[in-house]
Every structure is written in structure tokens, then in C-alpha cells.
Design a protein around this ligand. Structure first.
Ligand code: TMP
Ligand code: ASP
Length: 248
């Protein structure tokens, strides 16, 4: 017998971010209604844009990736799909750090060390950024993360690193099947009521660098950041590839 579907009702707006709106779920204080917007921003929202169906495309990409991660034992915040661009998620106590994993040097870390983009790393690099828009999410060392209170201890930071590396393993395998190289990505994590680490926010071409494995063509938000054109086409290409190579 199939389970009766729970009907959720969207409540009041809690928070509007750069790419998502978060609402209460009526009668469920432990849940959040997450809506993906069609807008995209870069450089801490100094550059703004949008394209048609962007929210729905990113929601679907994220859905495929989170399903793969859940199958591999990585808990995510997803509860129930509500529409093409909205889902009900678990409310988490968010860690005030962005976790970035790099397999290949690109973006800010390539620039920081004046190394040409594209150098493969012998092992994945995990970096922490302090989540604070007013400070433009600065890089923090492990000790700085503890000093500012974003983590309690080195043990917790090590747990975050292991979590990020596990996400990397799963995502790399998914992307390889889709003919994509996962250059780097950012995730946001939180803790559930039992203190378990859970993947929140989203993973999409907004939050990853994805290069075509043969041509090296960029198929992510760098097309928008760097005015390369074909932003929507690139996001659609990623979605089609992931759909075609989805297992199970
Ligand atoms: P970075 O090279 O600019 O530091 O970015 C590393 C990765 O993190 C890249 O895949 C893009 C992603 N990212 C975000 O998702 N949000 C951000 O605010 C930034 C700066 C990067
Ligand atoms: N996410 C940041 C912004 O929206 C930075 C970026 O992705 O480049 O401005």
C-alpha cells in the first residue's frame, strides 16, 4: 500500500537570499520551504543576472545530485518535492562555514598563488570560508574558525573535512559518468536535532566548477562571472547529461 502523501502549506517568508527564498511551513517548525529563484549573482552580489527557468533547472540538478548522495549514505535536508522549483527541507542548525573542496586549482585559490587554472591537485584540498555577507565570506584557517566560534574544536573541523571529502567522492563519480570534471565546489552543512551533520543549501552549477572532460569547456557559473555567454545552455547541458547518466 502506498504511503499517503503529506500536504505542506507554504507559510511566511523567513529569508530571501541571492538565489533562494526560504519560507516557514505551516504547522511544522522543524521544516523549511525552499524555493529556487531565477536570479544569479556573482562577486557578493555586485553582479546580477537571471535566466528563464534557472530556479527549476538548478532544483532538478540539485535533486539528482542529492539523490546520489543519499544513496551513498550522505544525509541531506530534503523532505518532499513541492513544484519544479520548490521543496520542503528539514530545518537545520547551520554551521557558519562554507566548505569548499578543490580537485583542480581554479578561481580564488589559483589567483591567490598566481598559478594558472587547471593544475590538478595530488589530493583534494578542503577550505573553510566564514559565512558572513558583510565580510564577503572570508577564507579562515582552522584556528580562525574556532576563534570566531564557527566551530567548537579541531575535532569538529576534522569531521567537517571528512564530510566534504565524502561528498567529493560521490560527486566526482556522478560527474565522470556525465563526461564532466568536477573542478571544485562549495557546500553548506548543518546539524539535525540529534547533532548529525546534514547537507543543506544546494549543489548546482552555481556552486560548482564543471568542465567538459574532453574540450575543457566551462559549464557552470563562471560563464556568467566571466561574461562567456551561453549560461542557460550550459546549465541545461549539465542537467541533460545528469539525467541521461543517472543510475537507479
Ligand atoms: P572560488 O574559487 O571563487 O573560491 O570558488 C570555489 C567554489 O565555490 C566554486 O565552485 C564556486 C563556489 N562558490 C560558491 O558556491 N559561492 C561563493 O560565494 C563562492 C565565492 C564560491
Ligand atoms: N555566490 C556569490 C554571489 O552571489 C559569489 C559567487 O558565486 O561568485 O555573489
Amino acid at each position: 500500500m502506498s504511503q499517503p502523501q503529506v500536504i505542506y502549506e507554504k507559510g511566511e517568508l523567513l529569508y530571501e537570499g541571492k538565489a533562494k527564498r526560504l519560507y516557514k511551513v505551516v504547522g511544522h517548525d522543524d521544516l523549511i520551504w525552499q524555493e529556487f529563484k531565477d536570479s544569479l549573482t556573482a562577486f557578493n552580489a555586485q553582479k546580477k543576472g537571471s535566466f528563464e527557468d534557472k530556479g527549476a533547472i538548478n532544483r532538478e540538478i540539485c535533486g539528482i545530485l542529492y539523490t546520489s548522495l543519499e544513496k551513498a549514505g550522505v544525509p541531506t535536508h530534503r523532505v518532499a518535492l513541492q513544484s519544479v522549483n520548490a521543496e520542503v527541507t528539514r530545518r537545520l542548525s547551520m554551521v557558519k562555514l562554507e566548505l569548499v573542496v578543490r580537485n583542480v586549482l581554479a578561481g580564488s585559490t589559483a589567483k591567490k598563488f598566481a598559478i594558472e587554472e587547471g593544475r590538478a591537485l595530488s589530493r583534494p584540498l578542503v577550505e573553510f570560508y566564514y559565512k558572513d555577507d558583510a565580510l564577503a565570506d572570508p577564507f579562515v584557517s582552522d584556528d580562525q574558525a574556532i576563534m570566531i566560534g564557527a566551530a567548537q574544536s579541531q575535532v569538529e573541523l576534522n569531521e567537517l573535512k571528512q564530510f566534504a571529502l565524502r561528498v567529493n567522492e560521490v560527486l566526482c563519480a556522478v560527474m565522470v559518468r556525465a563526461g564532466l570534471r568536477l573542478i571544485d565546489f562549495k557546500i553548506e552543512v548543518g546539524r539535525d536535532s540529534q547533532g548529525r551533520l546534514v547537507l543543506g543549501d544546494e549543489i548546482s552549477p552555481d556552486t560548482c566548477r564543471l568542465w567538459d572532460e574532453k574540450s575543457g569547456e566551462k559549464l557552470d557559473k563562471d560563464r556568467f562571472r566571466r561574461d562567456l555567454g551561453g549560461v542557460r545552455e550550459a546549465y541545461m547541458d549539465v542537467l541533460q547529461r545528469l539525467k541521461q547518466t543517472q543510475v537507479g
